[in-house]
Structures are given as C-alpha cells and as structure tokens.
Design a protein around this ligand. Sequence first.
Ligand code: PLP
Length: 375
Amino acid sequence: MFYSKEKIKMGIPVNTPLFGGNEEKYILECIRTGWISSEGPYVKEFEKEFAGYVDRKEGIAVANGSAALDIAVAALKIGYGDEVIMPAFTIISPALSVVRAGAVPVLVDSDPITWNMDVTQIESKITAKTKAILVVHIYGLPVDMDPVLTLCKKKNLFLIEDAAELIGQTYKGKKCGSFGDISIFSFYPNKHITTGEGGMCVTNDTALAERCRKLRNLAFEPDKPRFVHYELGWNYRMTNLQAALGLAQLEKINDHITRKREIGRAYQVALRNVGGYQLPLARTEYAENIYWVFGLVADTQERCENTIKKLNTAGIGTRPFFWCMHEQPVFQNMGLFKNEHYPVAQKLARNGFYVPSGLGLTLEEIDLVCKTFIA
Ligand SMILES: *Cc1c(COP(=O)(O)O)cnc(C)c1O
C-alpha cells in the first residue's frame, strides 16, 4: 500500500524495498500459529542469525535503531556528567540517546572525502569526563576504525558503533558492527534488510547482553519478584512478525549488497562527468563503498537546491543530507554547542543530497534519474 501510494505521488521514490524471498511464508506462519508478539520463536532465531552474520555472540532485537541506541547508552551506564564523542554530521538518533541520558555529546567535524567523522580530531576532544566514543558509519564507507580502537584502549573508553547504514559492510575485512562494546543496527525500510521498523544491539559480552535484554523489557528483573523494578527501562521489544520479515530478508542479504553496489556503480558511471559535484568515493584502502545511499555534494548550495527542484519536478525523489547536530534548534535551545563550528559538516549538510537507490530500483529508473540530472 505504502509502496504503490508513493509510486503514484513520485515517479521514482527515493526508496523502494524488495521482498524477494520467504517474507510472505514466514509472516503467514506467525499468523497461522498465533505467535505475533515478542514471545514468538522468530525473535530469538533472527537475533542468533543476525548476530552471527556480523560476527557477534549476542543479538538483542528491539523496536527500532534509535531504541537500540537508547539501550546501548543506558546499558553502558552513561549518564549525568559524562561526555560522549560523536560526529557533528549524523542522523539525530545517537545525539538524542546521549542527551536523554543526561550526558553531553562532544562533536567532531567530518572528513571531506569519506563524509565520516574525522578520527584525527577525536583525541583533542577527550577530557576526564569522556566515557565513550560513538562512531556512526555514514552513507556507504566505514569510519576509519583502527585509530578509534587504539584511542578507546589507551584512554579506557567505551565504543558504541552505529552501523545502521552499513549492514554487511566490512572494515579491513571485518564486519561493521563487530567493533563496538555495543554496536547497533536499524531495519527501517531503507536499510539493507528491513523489518518495517526494527533494530538490534549486538555485543560479545554476555553480561552486557543481559542488561540490554532487561532494559528492552521495562527493566523487569530476571531473578527478582515480577513487577518490582530497580531501573528505568523501556518497552522496546521487537515482535515475532517483524523478526519473521527480518529473517527472510537476512537470507537475501548477499543479493541485497550486490544490488546496492550495482546501483552505486551505475550512478558512478552515468554521473562521472557531471560538473560541480563531488561523487561518493568508490573505495578507500580499508573498504569498498556499499552505497547505502548515493550521495552527491554540490560545489554551491544554490546548485544543490536547483538540482533537487529539477529532479522533484520530474517526479524523482531525493533527500537532503543530514543536518548538523550543533545546528539543531532542539539542542541550541537547550544551550548545547554554543559558538561551535564544524565547517566540513556544515557544507555537507547544505550542499549534499541523495538520489533514489532502493533495492527495488530498476536500471531504467537509474537511467531516467541520470538523464534528468544531466539535462
Ligand atoms: C536509520 C538510522 C538510525 C535510526 O534507526 P531507526 O530504526 O529509524 O530508529 C540510527 N542511526 C543511523 C546512522 C541511521 O541511518
């Protein structure tokens, strides 16, 4: 329904999900057996399979990726007075989790080529209050993890890894999501696999995993009287219906990744000579771009706005890049990030946007997007 309505409104929506496997079969089974809540067997199976896929021992399925971040921050007992170093250029979710916990996000600027946080700027931001580094892999290439891992070890800091956008991507051959004390994923429909809404925390630490499970379930205490609570929890449980969808999608993950890279390469070829834009970097020495989205950064804000208008008028969906954390009215109104400037992040936020790249996108549609772009 959502899909066809979008299709009518937009000739080519910015995202079209793909259901090419056992999705219907598994969901039908949930309905036939009556297992629809978080109690159903698919939740544990999806957790086990997904955690295994990203080389982790434990998976804790939750309601969405933002919920997974809330749980990661709370499970590591990050709270009042603590500082968490994170990128200025990101979706707001990680900053929300940190601020809601009473901690302070400390921002670093972006790398102009990979669009990820510039890891060389982290060390100078570390203070006695720093409790964690929160990395966010952005758009298609992973954060340069080795310097971050070294810093975490040297300064005894937790690492939270937001790998929502890079399901299946690797850094030096190791899976994204395998690095954090807790790493998190989202299964929103534009991610590489979807559960409609959904997310997961993964970790190798069994005790930490138990804490995540408790926090996801209203902080019910496993070994104490029921309905007696000692901590602030949430109902962030994932349903069996969502997990059924997720499991079917996970069976297709290799196809999805191949498809994403095909889409990315098709855009790279078609748009390589377009002037006035920076295209995504195809590879670094540690990873090949997975093209979660195909982003473009114009040399001027005006060029960016004009192209978005041109594409949208032709019925082609676009999304602007993220808006910087230090420029979010909600945080400014709280007195955060006063007089802070992150020039690279600010330019990305103003001059960047992305074009349709959903798994259901056809080559003909890519062709039309590029022709319209160049015209
Ligand atoms: C999508 C996304 C999230 C949030 O996930 P939701 O499931 O939409 O809450 C968090 N972090 C990053 C980097 C994302 O891209």
